[in-house]
Design a protein around this ligand. Structure first.
Ligand SMILES: [Zn+2]
Length: 99
């Protein structure tokens, strides 16, 4: 699902908007970071949630099929959607999209 942006403020950047309702009131709830060497089956996964962090070697939710990736899980203040932003590298290019 393509990303859509609202207003741009030079001091902050562009507003990321909800893919369902268009609201810019998205709250970050969980962040997952995946680090691994190219094509490695395991690596380092770190998750930050509710002021706590965990780490393991689980790559099953990594949005990159071969390299590093990141997931940011949001809740929308204006609708019931909980979109997840994925950022990952594939063949030397970095991609961003909602899952
Ligand atoms: Zn929404």
């Amino acid at each position: 699902m393509a990303l859509t942006f609202g207003n741009r403020d030079e001091g902050f950047g562009s507003e990321l908007v909800c893919p369902n309702c268009g609201s810019s009131h998205l709250h970050q709830k969980i962040v997952d970071v995946y680090e691994r060497h190219e094509d490695a089956r395991t690596g380092l996964h770190a998750q930050i949630k509710d002021n706590k962090s965990i780490t393991d070697a689980n790559m099953t939710e990594n949005p990159s099929p071969r390299r590093q990736g990141m997931l940011i899980h949001f809740n929308c203040e204006e609708c019931t959607t909980s979109p997840t932003l994925k950022i990952f590298q594939h063949k030397g290019t970095t991609y961003m999209d909602f899952q």
